[in-house]
Design a binder for this molecule. Structure first.
Ligand SMILES: O=C(O)CCC(=O)C(=O)O
Length: 281
């Protein structure tokens, strides 16, 4: 147990804080228990198979053979799914975030990925290019709902890249979308795989370069639930993430940051329409 800069008792050990500072990410095993994992899987199974529907929010192409069209990721499921809201605002997630931010966190976004067999990966990128949190940066809490590894499209992270700040991608790369990384690992750094078990949560900062590989398996899904957060004391975030919620579920007002943050609105606008779906094969 350590004291955070804000003077709060931290749920993390000194070694965990050191790993976070050195690498820019932290794997917390067993953040969600087996029942919580099963409940999330079941809820998203019902949505994915059309047993439950949210027609105004999520419209898969039910007949498509393309895995990403048939099972597109769900954006902001916490806005219509109580279980997702509960997962996004899980108190223990908030405690870890508070230790990492050294101040309380607020929630910007939730996402659910199905990533069935055959799905392409997600190109290397940095999250704060999209969220444009300032001052400071965002943190993702990426929770595996299946066992994940290099074969079924697990996450890759570039240790140490969190120190770089946001690298503005070349607009050509954003336009190339489906074939190109938005940012490359800088010289001397390389992407490493993070293998995870169901219920494990990977926390990583908004500058950490990360992405995921193709799901090359014939039968292993790679489902995940993701929350994005920022320090409560930040002043700006992209309005695409409004409303921002505290861990009691109350709406908190923030100023709208220009899309693309330090990279400028023009790049941000292109990124919002192409880059977020950039994938690697
Ligand atoms: O789950 C993935 O494949 C990518 C997720 C990601 O890049 C993110 O949450 O920012």
């Amino acid at each position: 147990m350590v004291q955070s800069e804000a003077g709060h008792r931290s749920v993390l050990t000194d070694d965990q804080i050191r790993a976070w500072q050195d690498d820019g990410y932290l794997l917390v095993r067993g953040m969600f228990d087996a029942d919580e994992v099963e409940a999330l899987r079941d809820r998203f199974h019902r949505l994915g198979e059309g047993i439950d529907r949210v027609p105004d929010r999520w419209q898969p192409r039910w007949e498509s053979d393309d895995p990403l069209e048939r099972y597109p990721r769900l954006m902001h499921p916490h806005r219509f799914c109580e279980l997702s809201l509960k997962a996004m605002l899980k108190p223990r997630v908030g405690q870890v975030l508070e230790a990492l931010f050294a101040e309380p966190a607020v929630a910007c976004q939730s996402m659910f990925y199905y990533k069935p067999p055959g799905s392409p990966g997600q190109a290397l990128h940095q999250d704060n290019f999209y969220l444009a949190v300032q001052p400071g940066t965002c943190i993702a809490a990426w929770t595996a709902l299946d066992e994940t590894d290099a074969d079924n499209g697990g996450l890759y992270v570039v240790p140490g890249s969190h120190r770089l700040g946001v690298i503005c991608p070349d607009p050509q790369r954003i336009r190339a979308g489906r074939t190109s990384n938005l940012v490359d690992p800088p010289r001397g750094m390389k992407a490493v795989e993070v293998a995870m078990k169901p219920g494990d949560t990977l926390f990583f900062g908004g500058s950490l370069i990360h992405g995921s590989g193709r799901n090359r398996t014939a039968d292993r899904w790679r489902r995940s639930f993701i929350g994005h957060y920022m320090p409560a004391g930040s002043t700006h975030v992209s309005s695409a993430y409004f409303p921002i919620l505290d861990f009691q579920g109350r709406e908190i007002s923030y100023e709208a940051a220009a899309a693309g943050g330090p990279c400028g609105e023009a790049l941000g606008a292109i990124a919002n329409s192409y880059g977020r779906d950039a994938v690697i094969h």
